[in-house]
Design a protein around this ligand. Structure first.
Ligand SMILES: Cc1ncc(COP(=O)(O)O)c(C=O)c1O
Length: 372
């Protein structure tokens, strides 16, 4: 059985009529940028995060850049983040002129390790930027404590984890700000680019609103240099149609993760862990195997989709060579980058597909294809 890594059409298919109508409404209205649908989406996201004001922007990368600038982070400042994330996280730090500082991650959750972060705090540190990677919430309590002790702000990169929970708190409302991406493969998707900044208070949200529109509130007076980073009505209409389904989709992802474990996948590869008290939303389902690349090739022969994410951690990327990190310096992240593989995961994955993936993994490993 052929099993794709993701299946966006299966996800959108049942909503096609609703989406067509929502998009047609936008065309009929003729208002395309920052209109009522963007406002409704901002309100809808806020409502899920105990009223935290949320501001739609053009994409998740801009959300990070704008959040950093709105919190006055810039040249001379250091921001501690994870090396095991999509490039945009560290790119945003560099984009505002600050210095990304990489700390190692936890071996189980693949998220920032609080002890490792503590070791990297200097007089120049201004912020910590954890990423809820693959949908697993970062362990926020030690990070928030460290931030409070050192007068730092915390920006959660929640691009992959809408609906995740850390202890008593939904991700997105723990730090001073949080950012979302609505890239079409995300667990709360759009049908193009889109993003959002979730803010600790109305003052920060006001600054984010100003920054997304060229540093102006009214197109007449320009108070600072900002961005053209607005969310459009077509995207907001689509994301707004998906928002009510995100819990059901996250639940279906968790159910599929349960099936993988039940079907014995853990006998062949390392399974993703869930920290006690955390709620993983499995944006991606990442397993571990020492011969990851050979396993991937063997799965491709069996028409099972898989993918490597962040195969070269950020501290070893050529663009950051000037920061002076050496191979072996962040060993946990490096080991995960060498051994982690995404297997099929989406809300419409069936038990039969899960069984087919597990069988293909078992065959590949048992055949020795994936042992070296
Ligand atoms: C962890 C993380 N941060 C930031 C981004 C950037 O989001 P976008 O692609 O919407 O700019 C992404 C997604 O690609 C991501 O996965």
């Amino acid at each position: 059985m052929k099993v794709p890594l993701m299946d966006i059409r299966a996800q959108y298919g049942p909503l096609r009529a609703e989406l067509d109508a929502a998009l047609a409404d936008v065309l009929d209205d003729g208002r395309f940028i920052l209109g009522p649908r963007v406002e409704a989406l901002e309100t809808g996201v806020s409502a899920r995060l105990h009223g935290r004001p949320s501001v739609g922007v053009a994409n998740g990368t801009d959300a990070l850049v704008i959040a950093l600038q709105a919190l006055d982070i810039g040249p001379g400042d250091e921001v501690i983040t994870t090396p095991y994330t999509f490039f945009a996280t560290a790119e945003a730090i560099a984009r505002v002129g600050a210095r990304p500082v990489f700390a190692d991650v936890e071996p189980e959750s693949y998220c920032l390790d609080g002890d490792a972060v503590a070791e990297r705090v200097t007089d120049a540190t201004r912020a910590i930027m954890p990423v809820h990677i693959f949908g697993h919430p970062a362990n926020m309590t030690p990070l928030m404590t460290l931030a409070a002790e050192n007068g730092l702000v915390v920006i959660e990169d929640a691009a992959q984890a809408f609906g995740g929970v850390d202890g008593d708190w939904p991700v997105g409302e723990i730090g001073d700000a949080a950012t979302l991406s609505f890239f079409p493969t995300k667990n709360l998707p759009g049908i193009g680019d889109g993003g959002m900044v979730v803010c600790r208070d109305a003052t920060l949200a006001d600054r984010v609103r100003r920054l997304r529109f060229h540093g102006s509130r009214d197109k007449v007076i320009f108070e600072e240099v900002g961005y053209n980073s607005r969310l459009d009505e077509l995207q907001a209409a689509a994301i707004g149609a998906f928002l009510p389904l995100v819990d059901e989709w996250n639940h279906a992802r968790r159910r599929a993760a349960g099936w993988y474990a039940e079907a014995g996948l853990g006998e062949h590869v390392g399974l993703p862990a869930e920290r006690p008290g955390a709620r993983h939303v499995y944006h991606l389902y990442m397993v571990r195997h020492p011969a990851r690349d050979a396993l991937r090739a063997a799965l491709a022969e069996r028409e099972i989709g898989s993918a490597v994410y962040y195969g070269v951690p950020l501290h070893l990327q050529p663009v950051f060579a000037g920061l002076g990190y050496a191979e072996g310096e962040l060993p946990v992240a490096e080991e995960i980058a060498r051994t982690a593989l995404a297997l099929p995961m989406h809300p419409h994955l069936t038990r039969e597909q899960v069984d087919a993936v597990v069988e293909a993994v078992a065959e590949s490993v048992e055949a020795g294809v994936a042992t070296g």
